[in-house]
Write a protein that binds this ligand. Structure first.
Ligand code: SF4
Ligand code: SF4
Length: 218
């Protein structure tokens, strides 16, 4: 396997930035760069797919049936670190309180505990899989996982972009040399660390949010 490279000139210059947090947590820059590459890959894959099919992208803001129906939501440890940081330190207002309550109640089942009013409470830091899952044609119906009901309408992610994103993020897992990262991608080392977002202990995050709030109030 060749080293993933910037064949598509994957610039992350315009990506989301949290300068203070990135100065405190160097891993956050790896995550934000990697997520930006996923987003660019999705945008290009949509462009290419649109040339081949006349059906438009069905995904819209406020269309959350996928977050209620997909039983497998892979999330990597670095993405989990980003979700924790965002929820604990960045989320404010009523959304924060609703999320805390929802995380406390989460029992490992659907819907995704971050779905609030048909929107994603952690949208800027949502995992890669949520950035890659795009459906064409009609929006998913209630309870439909389009990957299983109509695979032909589900966008196929561009492997080169996903590999580039993993390449960027691998130092978080202690794999820093280029050649080791290339091998790790080939051997799907990062995939051995994946968890299902639904089965994570979200009560723990709710508690940490609460502790943070108490600390800030005292
Ligand atoms: S995947 Fe389906 S439910 Fe989710 S935003 Fe797209 S069309 Fe809507
Ligand atoms: S993290 Fe956000 S986008 Fe992903 S499944 Fe949950 S609510 Fe939906």
């Amino acid at each position: 396997m060749k080293k993933p490279h910037n064949k598509y000139e994957i610039s992350t210059d315009s990506r989301l930035r949290f300068p203070e947090d990135e100065a405190r947590y160097p891993w956050l820059s790896l995550l934000l760069d990697g997520l930006a590459v996923f987003d660019k890959g999705t945008a290009l894959a949509i462009q290419r797919a649109r040339r081949k099919r006349s059906r438009p992208v069905a995904c819209r803001e406020g269309c959350g049936n996928c977050c209620r129906a997909n039983t497998d939501i892979p999330v990597f440890p670095l993405e989990l670190a980003g979700i924790y940081l965002y929820a604990i330190e960045r989320l404010n207002g009523p959304l924060r309180e609703t999320l805390k309550a929802q995380l406390t109640r989460h029992d490992g089942k659907l819907p995704c505990p971050f779905l609030i009013d048909n929107g994603c409470a952690i949208y800027p830091l949502r995992p890669g899989v949520c950035r890659l899952f795009v459906v064409f044609g009609r929006p998913c119906s209630a309870g439909e996982d389009a990957y299983h009901t109509r695979r032909e309408d589900v966008l196929t992610p561009l492997e080169e972009f996903s590999n580039q994103a993993y390449f960027i993020m691998l130092p978080f897992y202690g794999i820093t040399k280029d050649e080791d990262r290339i091998k790790a991608i080939k051997n799907k080392v990062i995939h051995a660390r994946v968890r299902n977002l639904l089965s994570c202990d979200w009560k723990n995050l709710a508690q940490k949010m609460e502790d943070h709030d108490r600390g800030a109030a005292s």
